[in-house]
Design a protein around this ligand. Sequence first.
Ligand SMILES: Nc1nc2c(ncn2[C@@H]2O[C@H](COP(=O)(O)OP(=O)(O)OP(=O)(O)O)[C@@H](O)[C@H]2O)c(=O)[nH]1
Ligand SMILES: [Mg+2]
Length: 300
Amino acid sequence: MFDVNDITKGVAEGNFLLLAKTISQIENKVEGSDTYLTQLAPKAIPIIGITGPPGAGKSTLIAGLVGEWIAAGKKVAVLSVDPSSPFHKGAILGDRIRMKEWYLHPQVFIRSLASRGHLGGLNSSMIELTTLLQSVGFDQIIVETVGVGQSEVEVASLADTTVVVLVPEAGDEVQMMKSGLMEVADLFVVNKSDRPDAQTFIHHIQQMMMEHGMSEDQVKVVATIASQGVGIADLIQAIDAHQIIKTALGKQNQLMVAKVIQLIVAHKMQQVDIKKLEQDIAVEISKPGFNIFEFSQRFH
Ligand SMILES: Nc1nc2c(ncn2[C@@H]2O[C@H](COP(=O)(O)OP(=O)(O)OP(=O)(O)O)[C@@H](O)[C@H]2O)c(=O)[nH]1
Ligand SMILES: [Mg+2]
């Protein structure tokens, strides 16, 4: 494992080699990573989660945010989780094109991660990796996930600000309610606002928020046209405003509790050999008197 000071020095110089290697080591849980993680001293850099349906414009939006932030002299890290579904074969390549102007920029670190079959969709080392990024000199950290299945719920338990990106398309509002995006959003972005029905859609969201007992003071709706850079400044302002509200409400503790629970569960599950579990169940399930609780309690 590499010295955090050396990684920080690399990041400061725009050389991300040691950082990239360390990320792989943590992802692969190489010997010593547990101890390494205990030595990290993360700064209070907010993690911005950006989620939403496939193709909503998340990466284009992120490219815009990155542009604004580096112009302000900041260092930015972007982690995108590839849901590794057959629908997303081209996702990483697409992102490379979308964010190409930033791939080689010395102030920008971009890394695509596989979801690695983790239940729900996020990469199972996400807490570790974002904490590493908070420890080595970045000023802004973004996590992009496609909001399908559970991943948007997971990103909300990781991010300080969760931005849900939607597009004005018929039927989207129904889909949004179903997928639980309403519950996780700290901010809504209606991207592709160059489409004619954008205003109607924004009203739909606001209406739905009211039905959920939320006001626009609590959850802002920002209209953007990411492909033209329109609304990016508004989004940054809304993200910053949310950070201030969140701190004032003392919500950091809640997030910390959620993260610690995830780490404990992940650690416990590491001790379970899933393959063996499947084999054991295949044998036991056909036996008379098989009891799910008796079986599970063997792992307590
Ligand atoms: N008309 C219009 N097109 C946009 C806008 N923003 C992005 N796009 C286009 O929408 C397509 C998808 O954009 P991405 O940024 O890759 O979307 P994404 O949400 O990151 O996609 P996945 O990561 O695959 O889920 C691209 O062709 C963009 O050029 C916008 O505001 N208006
Ligand atoms: Mg993308």
